[in-house]
Design a protein around this ligand. Structure first.
Ligand code: NAD
Length: 519
């Protein structure tokens, strides 16, 4: 079945009205060919979808963790069985290499399905709270988590599965219904999953996919009980305002400008390999890509030389057979203009382009793997998110200067430090103002699903992964249970001078002593 037929059949299975309004064309960025069309859903369609999701939710919650886990594990099996179909669609709508689709998307999703199926009951188990208050002696206090109801998930185009469906998994395991709005640039793979979920035993309407652009996303926020958003900081700000208007919780995974620091005692080979790998992977369209590098003077020349050599070896082109291409297409046409603008701005201000520097040959959209030196913080390429295959490298005097420059940003997503003196590397990493930091590594922290991954500053609010990554999809309820209930307790009416004095004396006894100064 073609992507076009797929999208139409899935829209029908979602119960959406037949296409009548605007249709959005989906292009293969590596060839420029249109590969499908999806509806640009309006507020009425979204309202109806969320109503259906709301009706389906109690039954889904009632299935319990085990019942929901069964569906997640069936989905994992479905992904493995349908891997070629999924990879084909991902590659054709996003332009990424088959390797990236397989490892950074399919492998991640399969891992995440099993992880949340297993961990959700643990992370969301009732928690007995031991309270310090002597006034609550003998009473039981319990914290419990319950699903919000209908969660909306809005995703970007760079990782259509990992950063869209990936965020639905914990929301579903928590017992919510989910309406996912993938990016209008790459909606097809997720659309296929609405049918897959049904096939794998999810009750109808528990997981639905809403296609459309900004207006569809806004309509989703208008209807759901909680919103998870992954995308640019600019849109994230709007999402936060909309969520605030409705007083619904939101979690935001936004943009970044991740620094890498190479200290003088670093393994320069490893640092250079990592820098090239994680600045160019997925054409640099990774929120946690290495976007700028600071190298201590003594190893600067060696580092630049190695980076240039490795970058020249990269093979770029339309993704085809496995093992033939290292870098695919740029997914979103305006992104090519942003990358070109950042490179031109740097060159105008005195930077040198050592490799690449311009868009690649068509008919698809490409930008050559690009290495720049002679850069500084007056340039966009060092301060704004480029989101392209660029690696600007700056020489620094020492670690202090590297840390100062790394922290000179409005973002705070990921970061990395390279040093063979691991203790020193860790010391430097701890000084970075970022939600995540790696020592002698980059990006791999994303795979530690047990650990929260989230941005600081303008890179986001909240986290995915870890207990925080599923508890955010739940409201809490604190239960206080009095088991041995007296007919009358000392705090009850009537007020009396005796009781008031007794409490006053107790207070003076407990907290009346002047605190001693610590020597
Ligand atoms: P974007 O902000 O343009 O769009 C993201 C999604 O928001 C799309 O589905 C879009 O249709 C929707 N949208 C647009 N306007 C909206 C509105 N007013 N209300 C509701 N929804 C709206 O981002 P993009 O260009 O698709 O993705 C690239 C960005 O995503 C980069 O900045 C990248 O760093 C970021 N990103 C972050 C992470 C992370 O985990 N922190 C992961 C992947 C991508």
């Amino acid at each position: 079945m073609s992507a076009l037929e797929q999208s139409e059949s899935t829209a029908a299975s979602n119960g959406a009205p037949p296409a009548g309004g605007e249709r959005i064309a989906v292009e293969n960025p590596a060839t420029g060919q249109v590969i499908g069309h999806v509806d640009d859903m309006g507020p009425d369609q979204i309202g109806a979808m969320v109503d259906r999701a709301r009706r389906a939710q109690p039954g889904w919650e009632a299935l319990g963790f085990d019942g929901r886990a069964q569906v997640m594990l069936a989905l994992r099996h479905w992904f493995v069985q349908n891997r070629d179909r999924v990879v084909d669609l991902l590659v054709s709508e996003n332009g990424k290499t088959r390797e990236d689709a397989l490892l950074a998307e399919l492998f991640y999703i399969c891992d995440a399905l099993g992880f949340w199926a297993k961990q959700a009951p643990k992370y969301l188990a009732d928690q007995r709270i031991k309270t310090h208050s002597m006034l609550l002696l003998g009473k039981k206090v319990v914290l419990r988590y319950r699903p919000y109801g209908v969660v909306g998930v809005i995703g970007p185009w760079n990782y259509p599965l990992t950063n869209s469906f990936g965020d639905c998994i914990p929301a579903l395991m928590a017992g919510n219904s989910v309406v996912l709005k993938p990016s209008e640039v790459t909606p097809l793979t997720n659309l296929m999953l609405a049918d897959a979920a049904l096939e794998c035993g999810a009750p109808r309407d528990v997981f639905q996919v809403a296609t459309g652009a900004a207006g569809t996303g806004a309509a989703l926020i208008d209807n759901v009980d909680m919103i998870h958003f992954t995308g640019s900081t600019k849109t994230g700000r709007k999402v936060a305002v909309e969520a605030a208007q409705r007083l619904i919780p939101c979690s935001l995974e936004l943009g970044g400008k991740d620094p890498m620091i190479v200290l003088r005692e670093a393994d320069v080979d490893r640092a250079a390999n990592m820098a090239v790998q994680w600045s160019m992977s997925n054409s640099g369209q990774v929120c946690i890509a290495v976007e700028r590098v600071y190298v201590e003077e003594p190893v600067y020349d060696e580092f630049v030389e190695k980076v240039v050599a490795r970058t020249r070896e990269l093979r770029q082109g339309p993704p085809g057979e496995v093992g033939k291409v290292d870098i695919g297409a740029m997914t979103f046409p305006p992104q090519v203009d942003i990358v070109r603008d950042h490179v031109q701005d740097a060159v105008d201000k005195g930077a040198q382009v050592l490799v690449g520097g311009k868009p690649g040959a068509g008919p698809g959209q490409f930008f050559e793997p690009t290495v720049l030196t002679g850069v500084d913080h007056t340039m966009k390429i060092m301060t704004e998110e480029t989101f392209g295959p660029t690696l600007p490298i700056m020489k620094v005097r020492d670690a202090d200067e590297a840390v100062r420059l790394a922290n000179d940003t409005r973002y705070g997503l990921n970061s990395s430090v390279f040093s063979k003196d691991v203790a020193h590397g860790e010391q430097v990493a701890r000084r970075l103002h970022a939600g995540n930091a790696c020592v002698n590594d980059a990006l791999m922290n994303y795979l530690a699903l047990e650990a929260p991954f989230g941005g600081s500053h303008e890179s986001g609010l909240g986290a995915r992964h870890g207990e925080a990554g599923i508890r955010k999809y739940c409201a809490t309820q604190t239960l206080l249970v009095t088991r041995f209930a007296m007919k009358r307790e000392p705090l009850m009416y009537p007020n009396s001078a005796f009781k008031a004095k007794a409490f006053e004396k107790l207070m003076v006894l407990m907290w009346g002593r002047k605190p001693r100064k610590k020597r």
